[in-house]
Write a protein that binds this ligand. Structure first.
Ligand code: NAG
Ligand code: NAG
Ligand code: NAG
Ligand code: NAG
Ligand code: NAG
Ligand code: NAG
Ligand code: NAG
Ligand code: NAG
Ligand code: NAG
Length: 570
């Protein structure tokens, strides 16, 4: 120790003043050194920020207790000794507490600074002194690390074995939530219950003696209030439909959790809604609604008392002026689109109904309509010459062996001509009445049929295909012409009810299936001779339109009732 003291004196002698008092005084270090009583403690020479010093390589360090001229020895076996820039207490004792001066010097420069060393005892009954503990904190639910502080000068972190205590009780750091690695204690899934005073401890060996090194951390667990930054939940650039003149409430909502300040307001065309059109537009103050899960819903209204045309162009925007996630969302007011769909459906339904009714009407009144049309001024029948002489060729059974034959003759020779020829103006060819004597039957039939527009077949008293027509040949030719060459239409008239057509020739069956039959239900009274009965209308409907009336030789009085009677029914 004397040699060290001597050397300092020798150096200082070289300096201008020649003593330690001439060293630059850097005052007292604010950072105290706390050392648990009985434990090793290393005190670093405090730096003087007034000097530009890089490391201890170029300097000598001299330690001494304040007020003492005696320097701390560098003898390594002493309890207190200087090791480079450090002063080491192995171990520290309570009475070591106090100020120590560190003098840093080289041949040209020198400074000195005081540092306070505090050797403390544990609190009563505890393994730590709380007022000398370190403060650390972590968050609930996360994995946190409690760090054993300032031990790197003493032990190698990679090899150190730390014992951890919580409130002086040893922690199980094997297969538990606590893991000790190096200077760190990792606590998984931190809970509020993990709060407390943690003491880390390891063993320090020096000169064959074992010492305890311990630090205590006052560990606080922060239960942070769950925070969710505010977001506008409505509108999200939506649009609403409002008619002109109506009132509307635009609502804007932002949800958030734990945010102190959520400025939410409406702007119209980039100006505060409050200043927009105060006569119509009013905005309220935002208000919070707290939902069950703790989320707050901030809502602000923009009420328009009367929507005007300009509102459809206005840009209504809700602004969230949050510092975390600022946002702007638009809400457009739109004119309601006319309901095309409903109208279209109505139109289609109406159309369908009209069509159905028209079709039904036509089905029911087809005959009347056609007859009415024929004689109406709308109908201009082309009296183009088709080379035909007769409107119809009348074919009927001539068999005399049926009891109804009298009726057939009456019908064919009296009734038919009376109505169709006299009253309606048709010209008929009735075989047996109109053929000229001496003509060959086949010639007559062939010629006359080609000169006729229709073929009227009278069905009555038919028992079998054989007695259908006496002149089978003549009839078959006519039928053949009628059906196969399809030159003209056939009109089947049943004079009596024929239940069974199985015996009929194929050609008759074919006509019946294709064109149906007209059934004579009347007797031979005067009323059956009126052309406006259903029977005659059906026949007339199947007949061609009456030819040019003026060319007919018939009396006009007789024709007119026939044509005009058709109108009444419609
Ligand atoms: C250091 O010692 C000197 C001389 O004894 C004294 O005047 C001074 O107050 C002491 N400084 C501190 C911080 O105790
Ligand atoms: C002493 O320290 C000062 C400051 O770092 C440096 O400028 C100077 O060169 C040193 N003197 C010697 C002799 O090393
Ligand atoms: C420190 O002191 C020793 C002798 O006491 C001296 O030999 C050495 O040069 C000094 N170092 C510096 C950097 O001044
Ligand atoms: C705890 O340490 C402080 C200094 O940090 C000291 O003043 C106090 O006396 C110590 N407590 C005990 C019980 O020693
Ligand atoms: C964390 O701890 C809480 C309470 O002890 C528990 O409900 C939760 O399931 C734990 N989570 C994980 C990931 O271990
Ligand atoms: C640490 O211990 C002190 C005194 O023993 C106590 O007041 C403090 O609450 C403890 N710290 C924690 C985080 O429990
Ligand atoms: C070190 O601490 C342990 C427990 O904390 C104790 O049993 C032991 O006696 C202490 N050793 C010394 C040298 O103080
Ligand atoms: C709405 O429009 C604004 C501005 O254009 C845009 O920043 C925002 O992301 C839009 N929001 C949505 C939900 O699309
Ligand atoms: C706006 O309208 C809403 C609902 O229509 C109503 O609750 C609110 O009080 C109105 N705000 C203002 C400022 O008139």
């Amino acid at each position: 120790m004397t040699s060290a003291l001597f050397s300092i004196c020798a150096i200082f002698a070289c300096l201008a003043s020649g003593s330690a008092e001439d060293c630059l005084d850097c005052g007292v270090e604010y950072d105290r050194s706390y050392i648990p009583d009985g434990q090793p403690g290393f005190v670093n020479c405090p730096l003087c920020y007034k000097l530009d010093i890089d490391g201890d390589v170029h300097y000598n360090f001299t330690w001494s207790k304040n007020g003492s001229t005696a320097h701390v020895t560098s003898e390594r076996h002493a309890r207190i000794y200087v090791d480079g820039s450090k002063m080491k207490f192995i171990p520290a004792r309570l009475e070591d507490s106090g100020y120590y001066q560190c003098v840093v010097w080289n041949s040209t420069k020198c400074f000195k600074k005081l540092v306070e060393v505090k050797v403390f005892q544990n609190d009563d009954g505890l393994c730590y002194n709380w007022s000398s503990s370190f403060r650390q904190r972590g968050h609930v639910k996360s994995d946190e690390k409690v760090v054993c502080p300032v031990l790197s000068n003493y032990v190698d972190e990679n090899r150190v074995q730390m014992r951890w205590y919580k409130e002086c009780k040893l922690l199980n750091t094997i297969s538990s939530r606590f893991q000790a690695v190096g200077f760190e204690l990792t606590i998984q899934n931190m809970t509020k219950g993990d709060e407390g005073n943690y003491t880390c401890e390891t063993t320090y060996e020096y000169d064959g003696k074992l010492y305890n090194l311990s630090r205590t951390i006052d560990w606080n667990v922060i239960v942070s209030k769950e925070k969710k930054p505010a977001v506008i939940t409505y509108p999200r650039n939506n649009s609403i439909e409002v008619e002109i003149g109506f009132q509307v409430s635009l609502v804007c909502s932002a949800s958030h959790k734990g945010e102190e300040d959520v400025p939410l307001f409406w702007i119209v065309n980039d100006m505060y809604a409050d200043n927009y059109d105060t006569s119509r537009v009013v905005t309220g103050l935002p208000f919070d609604t707290i939902l069950e899960d703790g989320t707050a819903l901030k809502t602000v209204y923009l009420n328009i008392s009367e929507v005007k045309k300009e509102d459809y162009e206005n840009k209504f925007a809700c602004v969230l002026q949050s510092t975390t996630v600022p946002a702007i969302e638009f809400l457009f007011i739109k004119h309601p689109a006319p309901n095309f769909q409903g109208g279209l459906i109505a139109i289609f339904v109406t159309l369908a109904l009209v069509i159905i009714i028209a079709v039904l009407t036509y089905k029911v009144f087809k005959v009347d309509i056609v007859l009415w049309h024929r004689q109406s001024c709308l109908y201009h029948h082309s009296s183009k010459e088709d080379g035909k002489i007769y409107d119809a060729y009348v074919m009927f059974p001539k068999s005399r062996n049926t009891k109804s034959i009298y009726s057939v003759d009456t019908f064919v020779l009296k009734v038919l001509p009376e109505v169709l020829e006299k009253q309606c103006g048709y010209k008929l060819f009735i075989f047996g009445r109109d053929e000229l004597p001496g003509e060959a039957i086949a010639d007559v039939v062939d010629k006359t049929i080609s000169e006729s527009r229709r073929l009227i077949i009278i069905l009555a008293g038919i028992k079998s295909s054989n007695d259908f027509f006496e002149d089978a040949f003549e009839q078959q030719i006519a039928l053949y012409d009628s059906l196969i060459s399809n030159k003209f239409k056939a009109i089947l008239i049943e004079l009596e009810k024929i239940a069974d057509y199985t015996n009929m020739p194929e050609s008759i069956k074919y006509i019946k299936q294709k064109q149906g039959v007209v059934r004579w239900k009347g007797n031979f009274t005067d009323s059956s001779l009126l052309p406006n009965t259903r029977f005659w209308k059906n026949v007339r409907y199947r007949m061609p339109p009456v030819r040019d009336l003026s060319s007919q030789t018939l009396h006009s009085k007789l024709i007119l009732p026939c044509e005009s009677l058709g109108i009444k029914v419609a």
